[in-house]
Unconditional design. Sequence first.
Length: 234
Amino acid sequence: MLNGIDAVDWHSVPGHPDWYEPARVADGLRALSGATNLPQAADAGSLLAGGGTVHGHSGAVFPAAAVAAPLLLDIAQHGHPAARDTALGLLDEALSCYPHAGYTRLAAPDGTAAALCCAIAHHVRGRTEFLVGLGGIGKSLLADASAHWRFEIFECIADGGDAAAFGILGGALPDGVHAAEMHHAGTITVLNEISVEYSGAGSRESCLRVFARHPGELPPHAVLFPAGCGNRLH
């Protein structure tokens, strides 16, 4: 875990200069990964929650929270139980906090620039089996992450004046019609109206209806996120 923490240049991760303190991320993660009791975990959590991944008193989340998410999940999975509970609490807090203007997204190698909450939620869902095995604390985090859904398009066909998009849905897209952001090749396009056409039982394979769009406008491997998350501001 320490190698992963030290591999990140936390000073190069953007964050509001009046609130984000990069040294708190590195020091807090190192301390949390080595914590062996409640006081040590609490001290490490205070570093991270006081200007590292979030600023808890003001309810702000920083891009560092999304970068740190897989490391916090590693700590939760392999660290002391006190460190686990602290790490999961920090992730849950990051999902509920709001970013500052200009520091709302995290660019990823797949061409997406998801809102911080969506980026964190994607990492959380990647540890579903582990989190479910924890019982209430893990299931609660997964439930909070589910609102920050993600849909990757595999194929589209025309359906009347709309498009039917087939792909993989992570999280839970609520019933009804919603706006979404489509991320592809470094660009973001707003889709004003989408809805779930069907979702496979026991599978993440789903079909979304994209209203008033042609299949050619919805390229394979484009990723959809909830539009509201991209508009969250502190």
